[in-house]
Design a binder for this molecule. Sequence first.
Ligand code: G6P
Length: 367
Amino acid sequence: EAAEKGGYPHFMLKEIHEQPAAITATVSPRVEDGMPDLRLPELTDERLRKIRNIHLVACGTAMHAGMVGKTAIERLARVHAEVDIASEFRYRDPILDPEDLVIIISQSGETSDTLAALRLAKSRGVPVLAIVNVVGSSIARAADYVLYTYAGPEIAVASTKAYMVQLCTLYLFAFRLAYAKGRLSEAETEHLTAELLRAGEVIQPRLADCEQIKYLASRFVNTQSCFFIGRGFDYALSLEGSLKLKEISYVHSDAYAAGELKHGTISLITEGVPVIALATQKQVYEKTISNAKETKSRGARVILFTTKDAVVPDGVADYVVRLDDYEELLMPLQLIVPLQLFAYYMAVLRGCDVDKPRNLAKSVTVE
Ligand code: G6P
């Protein structure tokens, strides 16, 4: 097993470090002359143009990837998109139209609820596109179209590199859809595709200089409860950062849309409670900062994750983690890395079984 870990103490850390290679393996084969090419001959631009609604359906981390996908699809292509938890979708008689597209996201391709959701969509005559990591898996076989992610085998129960390439694949899809819909020009599509292609390079420094994250984990190691806040993409990342932390370190954690805090969670913010505020999106930056400040004034210890040049007013954060300049729309790709590492180091410092957290399975093939 030590050999399989390639010198890393845990599979999770190894897999976090494999992300640049997974990005290249997944994105490069789907770029032709600088443009995204899904290599799905039946899913032509003409067919894409006709899509009315998109339903992204998945479980767990894959569902969180769907939330980033939804935001990218709606923002770029202006196609209505919604995210569903597979176990909800399958039992709530969803409103589906043959002109819709269902996107099923799954690392293993075997998750029972996700497979059932796929079958439901097919039984209603709705085309299904699956984003799957395991070749020949049940979901891959049952879908109309398959976009494989090339993360390679993921061993750690907590998903990292598979999530990363699910994001990349959803971005590629969103770019092509937006181009087909005439919402992005060729030049804009090329620009975004080029930015996506260099994501692996962009995250390298996040992997290399993890001392700050290790230090933060050491400061927060004894915490009982933690909150993540953010808006838009940063809300989707809050959910995933929070899930990673609670899955493997057993620290209770809750993710909130930053603006929703005042409608509930703020009552839980007392002296010393950690709040992880994510603020990478200019349009809502000031809003999230003001939410972080509200928690700080109630005694929270705030870690703010933001961009390189963002102005952070006094009294907002105890610690600031800065990301490098990058296309704002793709910031989730860079932001997720320190959040994964934070969860990882917290779990290590707390003496948890990082790769095999209690009660969790890598693939859930029962209901
Ligand atoms: C399990 C795993 C999660 C995963 C979820 C969906 O709960 O522990 O890490 O996100 O299943 O799995 P899938 O293989 O469908 O992506």
